[in-house]
Design a binder for this molecule. Structure first.
Ligand code: FES
Length: 106
């Protein structure tokens, strides 16, 4: 089981903010949606583009390259040209900070 990676202090990342963190070699986009944090792999399942910086609307993020959209809560692909989900990582709020962990190898 991998360790938790600290993203930032909770108050450094208000609603609407996002950032990319390296979690054991995986690039992960962490997004604050109305006070609720979500973390997804920064790799679009259409053609490997980065999702970071994509338009965020509610719980959806749009890939900047060709416009596929993904649900930040489930990773589910919501429209073409992506059909496969992106991985969603567990988030923890502890000691005033946001933490994320890669659970794919548990
Ligand atoms: S790489 Fe994301 S939609 Fe094409």
């Amino acid at each position: 089981m991998s360790d938790w990676t600290r993203v930032c202090a909770r108050d450094e990342m208000g609603p609407g903010a996002w950032r990319v963190v390296d979690v054991d070699g995986a690039q992960v986009v962490v997004v604050n949606v109305d006070g609720e944090h979500h973390a997804i792999e920064d790799v679009c399942t259409h053609d490997g583009g980065e999702l970071a910086g994509g338009r965020i609307c509610g719980h959806e993020i749009e890939c900047p390259r060709h416009g596929a959209r993904f649900d930040l809560r489930s990773g589910q692909a919501l429209c073409a040209p992506a059909y496969e989900p992106v991985h969603v990582f567990p988030i923890r709020i502890e000691h005033g900070a946001v933490w994320v962990r890669d659970d794919r190898w548990d």
